[in-house]
Design a protein around this ligand. Structure first.
Ligand code: CTP
Length: 401
């Protein structure tokens, strides 16, 4: 999944011959899962038709302050605020100069002045125009405003000359923006380990001891971490949850022993480990090789402790920021604080079964964060998606403190 998925992208097209390539650009943005709207300068319509762009973007295309058909005002402020990203491609020397000096004599320029989102521009012009001091000073000025330049490339130009000034190819514009966004994400380049779901401890070939954990909380944490740029390893017990994300590698396991093995394969190299799995505390001492037959009225199973995965990580942790969960029914704060200390954690997430909507199943949770300096932050009942985001924000805050 691209980082552009779900983003609102406003494409501004100005009057350069490279405008014909914006059909592919819109197509690629849509393919990456983005919502696309197009704003054009009036002269750019000579190079590509609004009909082509509205068909590909599945949205009306705007190029003047009023809608020609019904005299309704095209609101540049709304357009600018709608956008998560504004990309001007191709960006001519004329438009870049106006942008650098506050010109607003067309809808695209007025939208630029109203936009609060990151702005990218992909210049396209003849080689001498590209090199002219006036143009390079526009580039510098726009970059000093925080706008991001996608440099032109070298090649054959519309004039027949060969040199710098060709607009970057649509595929390269997309890769540039994706890399730029990723590079700025707070967990970019960091590895995060997450456990989720229940474990199943075999009694015989057809039976097991398990619990009601759905895995939802852990999967939401994995998504939240991946959306912040982390490379996530999600080790999950049996669950119906599914996730497809370029940055999430799911490792399915069944028992506590398997989870322990997998977790220890990855822990050394991670920056953050969040153990949200509801690991069985006990497993049958002997696993029957054949299905157990009902020969008598009662059956006694002897259970033994599973390895405490979280505690084993606390005992060896170095740089890792280690987070555990505590599901409690009584004396919650005290129990959670004890777990935090005993297992050498940086943070523990407490959920109490006393709270309606908290815990195992369902889409909501009500949590309290306790850190190793005894700071306690209590939250309202929220969706598990929001709880996951709150948790990642708290971890980021603590890592950068
Ligand atoms: N955990 C683990 N390995 C286990 C058991 C628990 O990694 N064998 C982790 C869970 O993922 C969770 C935390 O430890 O992050 C829960 O702590 P735990 O002491 O197991 O809580 P409870 O199971 O509720 O313990 P108790 O029954 O003693 O309250």
């Amino acid at each position: 999944m691209s980082v552009l998925s779900g983003k609102n992208i406003l494409l501004g097209i100005t009057a350069g011959i490279a405008a014909y390539k914006t059909a592919s650009l819109v197509r690629l943005f849509v393919k990456s899962g983005a919502h696309v709207k197009v704003v054009m300068t009036p002269a750019s319509k000579e190079f590509i038709t609004p009909l082509t762009l509205s068909t590909l973007s599945k949205n009306p295309v705007h190029s003047s302050f009023t809608n020609e058909e019904n005299d309704v005002w095209n609101n540049h402020v709304d357009l600018g605020l709608w956008a998560d990203i504004f990309i001007i491609a191709p960006a001519t020397a004329n438009t870049l100069s106006k942008m650098a000096h506050g010109g607003s004599d067309n809808l695209l320029l007025a939208t630029y002045l109203s936009a609060k989102c990151p702005v990218y521009f992909a210049p396209a012009m003849d080689l001498d125009m590209y090199k002219h001091e006036s143009t390079t000073s526009s580039f510098e000025k726009l970059q000093s405003f925080g706008n991001i330049m996608i440099p032109a490339t070298s090649g054959e130009l519309a004039s027949g000359l060969v040199g710098e000034g060709r607009m970057a190819e649509p595929e390269d514009i997309i890769s540039f923006i994706e890399a730029d966004i990723l590079g700025k994400l707070p967990l970019n380049g960091k590895k995060v380990l997450i456990t989720a779901g229940p474990t199943h401890e075999a009694i015989d070939p057809v039976r097991f001891i398990g619990n009601h954990s759905s895995g939802k909380m852990g999967f939401e944490i994995a998504k939240a971490a991946a959306n912040l740029g982390a490379e996530v390893v999600l080790i999950s017990g049996p669950t119906h949850e599914k996730v497809v994300h370029n940055f999430i590698k799911v490792i399915p396991v069944t028992s506590a022993d398997e989870m322990y093995q997998e977790v220890h394969k990855y822990f050394n190299n991670v920056a953050i480990a969040i153990l949200s799995a509801a690991v069985a505390d006990f497993k049958p001492k002997e696993v029957a090789l054949q299905k157990i037959k009902k020969k008598s009225d009662t059956l006694t199973l002897e259970l033994e402790r599973t390895k405490d995965i979280l505690a084993s990580l606390g005992a060896i942790k170095k740089q890792q920021f280690l987070v555990g969960f505590a599901l409690e029914t009584n004396n919650e704060l005290e129990n959670a604080k004890q777990k935090l200390k005993k297992k050498n954690l940086n943070l523990i997430v407490l959920n109490s079964l006393q709270d309606k909507g908290a815990g195992f199943k369902g889409d909501t949770n009500k949590v309290t964060f306790i850190d190793n300096k005894n700071n306690i932050t209590e939250f309202q009942l929220k969706s598990k998606t929001e709880v996951a985001e709150d948790l990642l924000n708290e971890i980021l805050k603590q890592i950068h403190a």
